[in-house]
Design a binder for this molecule. Structure first.
Ligand code: TYM
Length: 332
């Protein structure tokens, strides 16, 4: 049976890219598949996290999942550290994946920066844990933004090598689901870099917790070029900031880039930015408000995670039994 797994790091500053590239698609998929949505706290600690902030961000991300429309009774909503099978399987995958494969991961290179020697071992082995997240449930489909594509290719390689090494057909070869017109939302300050939680400029991103005034101000200040909007999509070539804002509008309006340009072709950015602000406030405002309401009920959020953790362990238990047996690890 088809099963969805996806995860988001509770590293704070949850933004429009996370929403349009991932969380919104999670909500759409919940009616078609059995879904497990995970707050990947073990991934977050591959770089330093203040413990109090980590607790807060874990609850806030859970609140965002629910506020965006995920139903905790229909889906498994959990945090990674409540199911030890993720870390256990990740160790086995540390012994399957090759150094050469991990050396090719562009996200490690970006995150480790110039001071590679000082990066945590966890940051390096990060994609193996990600493969374990997915394969501990034999998930078949993984909705993500475009930046996770390379990690999912590694997940496929690990599944294939495990199956070949042991002569089994245990793990599925997962399919990425990269959906919608905003699979790579760019920074509002620089159309050539991705909107990211770790950008030091808060003006580079719209956070899901931003109120209407902050959203309006960030869109007003967003970088653009001096030309009016084109009437057709190829007119966006070489105009990364314009392409980004149009893509965001299309995604928020549930439409296509071409239709947005039919409506706004020839308009000045000042006019388009007003329309973009209106739709962003209309779509994101209620999510931010609901997140705030849920954050006032931490006991409820914790109960969702505890329940999700228990259901998740029950789903991965038979897979782990199969893995232990296949590898030759004796279980009493
Ligand atoms: P993370 O926490 O960086 O991002 C969560 C999701 O948001 C997407 N995303 C974006 N989409 C469009 N535009 C952007 N600017 C943008 N920034 C982020 C990401 O692609 C992702 O889907 N390694 C993962 C978390 C993870 C995971 C997993 C995902 C751990 N285990 C298993 C899928 C399956 C990560 O760091 O996502």
């Amino acid at each position: 049976m088809d099963r969805i797994f996806s995860g988001v790091q509770p590293s704070g500053n949850l933004h429009l890219g996370n929403y349009l590239g991932a969380i919104r698609n999670f909500v759409r998929l919940q009616d078609q598949y059995e879904c497990i949505y995970c707050v990947v706290d073990l991934h977050a600690i591959t770089v330093w996290q203040n413990p109090e902030d980590l607790r807060h961000n874990t609850r806030e991300l859970t609140a965002a999942f629910i506020a965006a429309g995920l139903d905790p009774s229909k889906n498994v909503i959990m945090n990674q550290s409540q199911n030890p099978h993720h870390a256990e399987l990740a160790w086995i995958f540390n012994c399957v994946a090759r150094l050469g494969w991990l050396n090719r991961m562009t996200q490690f290179k970006e995150k480790a920066g110039k001071n590679r020697e000082n990066a945590s071992v966890g940051l390096y082995a990060y994609p193996n844990l990600m493969a374990a997240d997915i394969l501990a449930y034999k998930a078949t489909h993984v909705p993500v933004g475009e930046d996770q594509k390379q990690h999912l290719e590694l997940c496929r390689d690990i599944a294939q090598k495990f199956n070949n090494d042991f002569g089994v057909d245990l793990f599925p070869i997962v399919e990425p689901l990269i959906l919608g017109p905003a699979t790579r939302v760019m920074s509002l300050r620089d159309g050539s870099s991705k909107m990211s939680k770790s950008d030091p400029s808060d003006n580079s991103r719209i956070n899901l917790t931003d109120g209407p005034d902050a959203i309006a101000q960030k869109i007003r200040r967003a970088r653009t070029d001096p030309e009016p909007l084109p009437s057709e999509a190829d007119g966006l070539d070489g105009r990364p900031e314009a392409a980004n804002l149009v893509g965001i509008y299309a995604a928020l309006a549930d439409g296509q880039v071409a239709t947005v340009l039919q409506e706004f072709g020839g308009s000045l950015f000042s006019e388009f930015k007003n329309a973009l602000t209106d739709i962003a406030v209309a779509k994101l405002g209620p999510i931010g408000e609901e997140m705030q309401r849920l954050m006032a009920e931490p006991a409820y959020i914790d109960s969702v995670l505890a329940d999700g953790g228990a259901r998740a362990r029950a789903l991965s238990e038979p897979v782990m039994a199969e893995v232990f047996d296949t590898v030759g690890l004796v279980r009493g």
